[in-house]
Ligand binder design. Structure first.
Ligand code: ARG
Length: 463
């Protein structure tokens, strides 16, 4: 963005005996960041002007001049020729002043029946609606990358963990689909939030409405809003829609942060379950052997900043009396940064997932080391009539003995197993294998490869 200092815009200067100091000007201006709303500001202004003409407040000639002037400004903004001025405080005053410089009095008539308070609330909603649509596309891309990877690993066995201790065998495909579900709920949250973002504040004017015979439904239709904010005080002052979005964004980041933590662990040689493509990793300036998972680490780190933005917005809102207060100008930087961070994270993540190499053998070795089929042995005993609590105790003692002997349960000969329970027969080894354990969990939501394949088919249909 290029800025310059130009003579005061004079939007309210007649009221004041002296200009603001340089530092106050910088402190109160939002143009260094809200210039990003420019295209939405123009959209909103064009809809407002069309409505003013529709209700007979603005002449056809003025409307045409406004349209022509705004088209020129839009081209200047898009090509980077527009010079933003700190003296004009924010994006709204910059555009209005530049319009008036181009078309004269018609530009001065644009603000009839409107305030920057309902104008900025409209701009932010238009911006966020657009952002949510891009983010929803990004979420779908990540979900589809997860399904692709899961499909290649419906039979790949890995240790499922609780407390980060080996718990039971699961398939890697099943594990990945857990994240698909998280992102699916995130997408639902975004779609739901969009409905409340997509309501029109314009017409609330400064706070109380306006004395002109405005047609708010007309403006809502022009801008594609599905409803009109019902109360003027609420329309200009609440930013709950931005808070709600940031909360949904923080959850997306939190989900991706969890997956990142797993990728980082899995890539550590102590696990050695996966490798990440080189394009997502960096080396060390001192240790020549290093390949560091920087991208997942940064996703985990950036989750902190999005969580911080959520707290910033909640705190910004909590003490504000009705209606508009300048505090609300502080909503933009956290919101913009949340959108930018999430958009980039989703774009990178979809690609990152295509660059995951899975080391099946290492996963299999790891799951063999943690007595992951102990629950299967207990279930086996229960099916032979042993009460579950007794079966649990029998298996606990068996695991202890196996551990002392340095062997897996499946490696214990039948006679040794029978020493722990006489009901154990030669069909026991089928349930102690990893494949037997996986296949047994054959119900909706279970880890059996057949269930994972069915879940993948449903996931694809949901996309
Ligand atoms: N730049 C302001 C904002 O972001 C626009 C609204 C200013 N309204 C006012 N009454 N000062 O909130």
């Amino acid at each position: 963005m290029s800025t310059s200092t130009t003579p005061p815009a004079g939007a309210w200067s007649g009221r004041f005996a002296e200009p603001v100091s340089e530092i106050v000007k910088r402190y109160t201006a939002s143009i260094p960041f809200d210039y990003r709303l420019a295209e939405f500001d123009i959209q909103g202004s064009l809809a407002h002007a069309a409505m003013l003409h529709h209700v007979g407040v603005l002449s056809k000639g003025d409307l045409e001049a406004i349209r022509r002037g705004m088209a020129e400004l839009l081209a200047e903004i898009r090509t980077g020729k527009f010079v933003w001025s700190l003296d004009r405080e924010d994006v709204h005053l910059n555009i209005e002043a530049a319009l008036t410089a181009k078309i004269g009095d018609a530009g001065k008539r644009l603000h009839t029946g409107r305030s920057r308070n309902d104008q900025v609330a409209t701009d932010v909603r238009l911006y966020l609606r657009d952002a949510i649509d891009r983010i929803s596309t990004g979420l779908r891309a990540c979900q589809s990358a997860l399904v692709d990877l899961a499909e290649a690993h419906t039979d790949t066995v890995m240790p499922g963990f609780t407390h980060l201790q080996v718990a039971q065998p699961v398939t890697f495909g099943h594990h990945l689909l857990a994240y698909f579900e998280m992102l699916a709920r995130d997408a639902e949250r975004m779609a739901d939030c969009r409905r409340r973002v997509n309501r029109l504040p314009l017409g609330a004017a400064a706070l109380a409405g306006t004395s002109y015979p405005i047609d708010r439904q007309f403006v809502a239709r022009e801008l594609g809003f599905e409803a009109v904010c019902e109360n003027s005080l609420d329309a200009v002052s609440d930013r709950d829609f931005a808070i709600e979005f940031t909360a949904a964004a923080a959850l997306v980041m939190t989900h991706l942060s969890r997956l990142s933590e797993e990728l980082i662990l899995w890539m550590s040689p102590r696990f050695g379950f996966i490798d990440l493509a080189d394009r997502f990793c960096t080396g060390s300036s001192i240790m020549p052997q290093k390949k560091n998972p920087d991208v997942p680490e940064l996703v985990r780190g950036k989750t902190g900043r999005v969580n911080g933005h959520l707290v910033a917005l909640l705190t910004l809102m909590k003490g504000q009396p009705l209606a508009y207060n300048k505090d609300n100008q502080e909503d933009k930087e956290p919101l913009f940064d949340t959108v930018d961070t999430l958009t980039d994270t989703l774009a990178i993540y979809a690609d990152l997932l295509t660059g995951v190499t899975v080391k099946r053998e290492a996963m299999r070795v790891a799951v063999m080391q943690g007595y992951a089929t102990a629950t299967d042995l207990a279930d086996y005993l229960v099916k032979k009539g042993v009460p579950f609590r007794d079966a649990h105790e029998v298996v606990a003692r068996t695991v202890r003995a196996a551990e002392a002997a340095g062997r897996d349960l499946a490696e214990l000969p039948l006679t040794e197993l029978q020493a722990f329970s006489p009901v154990i027969a030669d069909d026991v080894h089928a349930v102690l294998t990893l494949e037997g354990s996986l296949a047994a969990r054959d119900h909706l939501g279970g880890t059996a490869p057949a269930q994972v394949r069915a879940a993948i088919a449903r996931a694809r249909a949901r996309l």
